[in-house]
Write a protein that binds this ligand. Sequence first.
Ligand SMILES: *Cc1c(COP(=O)(O)O)cnc(C)c1O
Length: 317
Amino acid sequence: MKDSLLNIVNIENAVVERIQLPGADSEINIFIKREDLIHPAISGNKWYKLKYNLIKAKEENRGTLVTFGGAYSNHIYATASAGKAAGFNTVGIIRGEEHLPLNPTLKFAAENGMKLIYVSRAEYRRRYDPDYSDYLRDRFADSFIVPEGGTNPLAVKGASEIINNINIDFDYVCTACGTGGTLAGLVAGLNGKKQAFGFAVLKGAGFLNHNVKNLHLSFPGREYSNWQINLDYHFGGYAKITRELIEFMYEFEKLNGIKLDPVYTGKMMFGITDLVKKKFFKSGQTILAVHTGGLQGIEGMRPKIEKLFPEKQIIRD
Ligand SMILES: *Cc1c(COP(=O)(O)O)cnc(C)c1O
């Protein structure tokens, strides 16, 4: 049973490729790990975060995964797909009101069998409240609750595997940070060696330092100091974008043939490029960026992107 769960994705597809950064010709070596290629719907890092949660839910004979997210959430999208493939019912507690027709993210989730429940922002804020979890467990018999973004100690354990068996030597591993679960996992995987570098995609994300530290105290149960989070590349906040960001992503795709998403990986790659230009890294150093996926989100961002470029349609497929 565990084996069939693990066959949902193909982790062999996550090759490491050398890339170039737009406008930054430098002596830094940059590579990307293509976790976006492990499954068409289960966004790279979200698989690693779900993996041990799914295994635990099966071990406990729970039939229903209940989780939380916004209307464009990569985690909701991934959980609907992974839940279906692993034989779970899925319930998505969605922040805000229902808008019909459903956006592409929620349409996909619903088509994959996820029951969507819309809650007010006030109710959504209770997502970590133990009384609210009890209420959900009463409402959905046999449910296993996965937190927002999938982030919990089991997610950290899963994300630590992203850097198993990397066949290049590197100085830094980089990821975009929402909740910090993936960064915490990468740090756990490094186990005290090299450096991990997170790029916050939310504004005012100083709390992430606290989150990552607390996650480590639960898994693997120790603290690390070889990591940092940069707070300068949020572009105004979560899912906020600028022309500069979108033009950068377009240049990056032209140069490398690799698509980025505007919410997470685009901001991380912009941040890496800017820091390379500012000589933050030393000549000869090697950076490994994790492509955490999230490409499903481009469709939902399209209206915002088109508004920024009234004169042309810059993002093509
Ligand atoms: C969710 C997500 C992240 C952030 O992961 P956290 O573990 O919440 O920090 C990064 N990149 C993509 C594409 C994501 O979907």
